[in-house]
Design a binder for this molecule. Structure first.
Ligand code: 5AD
Ligand code: SF4
Length: 446
């Protein structure tokens, strides 16, 4: 029997996939261990979305090379998006790699491991499936406050910059019944929050049910206190979903809405299929129907052909929309994508750097201004963990997914606590617990 140490890189979908992998391996008599020293096999579940994700893994493989030479590790596997993207080239470039397996190949891992240990051969599998949803696998979750739940896999949008359609294949949805069964299991295991995952959740469809139907079903049929989802695409955001969110208290009032760019020519080159005007209209509608919503986004700067003036448009949209927070990336060309074949990565590195610095500065200012307006407001916070900076304080999140640090005795992760926001920084709110008595008095005085 071999012990396996699994490391996860990248997005929440990968976190979820690692839970599937743990489950598949545990069912096949492999022991998953929490420390690398106890393991004979190291598996890396990887990301391919930007070049630095690859660099991180190659750096890690260099470390593992020495360990393998010294006999501290017997086998190394690379799984996930980078494995699917580089395939055999990965093992050619890094010969210590024994297993390379893509996101649709996890059920084959026990056999691939067997091949490595019993016939000293390498184990590769890159078959992408039109049907694999892993609906029959119960993820082996790590106990905590939040549970991930993938309702679909793959992406058919083919944004020209994005490698995901090539690493995760075609879009496929799980049935409502299988999603609901898993949600019930999550509920019975005591998780206080579930985050619904999909590369583009708006495309969810199963037996005549769309994503808004699914969210309504989850809100009605389960009593999980907080239900989040990520990510929707602005091009086909179901308007009915806004009413479903507004009407159901367990559906969190926070939407991650990837803008990517604020200029119509750039959006067209990216194949995002919406315009700046359509994006503004969507934001207006969201805010009209869910007035207290928090909006977050992803933006890419320096995409192929982006001029200074086109970047200024993105800057202006960020200024006007005033997202609560944003992830901003420099464009990095990915193998196989439409952009890598047809739209040269021609924005100089210094221009990308300048633009990301400017946009980050703007966003930090906006986030800070928005957070300052939270001071004096009350919020219900779900405790997640101890604060990293001060073990005597808790870190929790509001419904809008804002981090709040506060102290409270006799509380633990998973508890809901009412706080008043007393201070705010760019990234964090600082709260004070509202004592029960004071709270009921306040309610009476209403
Ligand atoms: N270069 C830079 N950022 C990218 N993203 C996706 N592909 C690329 C790329 N080639 C960003 C997008 C996406 C987020 C997950 O990563 O903003 O929404
Ligand atoms: Fe990539 Fe676009 Fe699909 Fe998102 S929607 S995963 S950015 S192709």
């Amino acid at each position: 029997m071999k012990n396996i140490y699994l490391e996860t890189y990248g997005c929440q979908m990968n976190e979820y996939d690692s839970e599937l992998i743990r489950s598949i391996l545990a069912k096949n008599q492999y022991q998953i261990v929490n420390s690398q020293e106890d393991a004979q096999v190291v598996l890396l579940n990887t990301c391919a979305i930007r070049e630095n994700a690859h660099q991180k893994i190659f750096h890690r493989l260099d470390e593992l090379k020495g360990m393998k030479r010294r006999g501290e590790v017997e086998a190394v596997g690379v799984l996930g998006c980078m494995a699917q993207s580089l395939r055999k080239d990965l093992a050619d470039r890094s010969p210590i790699v024994d297993i390379v397996a893509g996101p649709d190949s996890y059920k084959k891992l026990p056999n691939l491991l067997k091949a490595v240990f019993e016939s000293a051969s390498k184990g590769y599998d890159f078959s992408l499936s039109e049907f694999e949803t892993y609906a029959d696998i119960t993820p082996k979750r790590i106990a905590g406050v939040n549970a991930w739940l993938a309702i679909m896999r793959g992406c058919d949008n083919f944004c020209t910059f994005c490698v995901v359609p090539y690493t995760r294949g075609r879009e496929r949805s799980r049935t409502v019944e299988s999603v609901l069964n898993e949600a019930h299991r999550i509920e019975s295991e005591g998780f206080k929050q579930v985050t619904i995952l999909g590369q583009n959740v708006n495309s969810y469809k199963s037996d005549g049910n769309d994503f808004a139907d699914l969210m309504q079903t989850l809100a009605t049929e389960t009593s999980i206190p907080r239900i989040r989802f990520t990510s929707p695409h602005p091009k086909d955001f179901p308007r009915r979903l806004l009413h479903v969110i507004a009407d159901n208290p367990s559906l969190c009032k926070q939407i991650h809405l990837p803008l990517q760019a604020g200029n119509d020519d750039v959006l067209q080159r990216m194949n995002r299929t919406y315009t700046k005007k359509e994006f503004y209209t969507l934001v207006d509608e969201i805010r009209k129907i869910i007035p207290d919503v928090a909006l977050t986004t992803d933006v890419i700067v320096g995409f192929s052909g982006e001029t200074e003036a086109q970047f200024e448009d993105t800057f202006e949209v960020m200024q006007n929309v005033r997202f609560d927070s944003a992830f901003i990336f420099k464009y990095s060309e990915r193998k196989n994508t439409i952009a890598s074949r047809k739209i040269p990565d021609d924005v100089p590195e210094h221009a990308k750097t300048e633009r990301i610095v400017r946009l980050n500065e703007l966003q930090r200012r906006i986030s800070n201004e928005i957070n300052q307006t939270e001071i004096g407001k009350k919020a219900t916070v779900l405790i997640e963990s101890q604060s990293k900076k001060d073990a005597n304080q808790w870190l929790g999140r509001t419904d809008q997914n804002k981090g709040v640090v506060f102290s409270a005795e006799a509380k633990k992760p998973g508890d809901f606590v009412d706080v008043e926001i007393i201070r705010a920084t760019t990234n964090t709110l600082i709260g004070e617990m509202i004592p029960q008595k004071k709270r009921s008095l306040n309610l009476l005085s209403l």
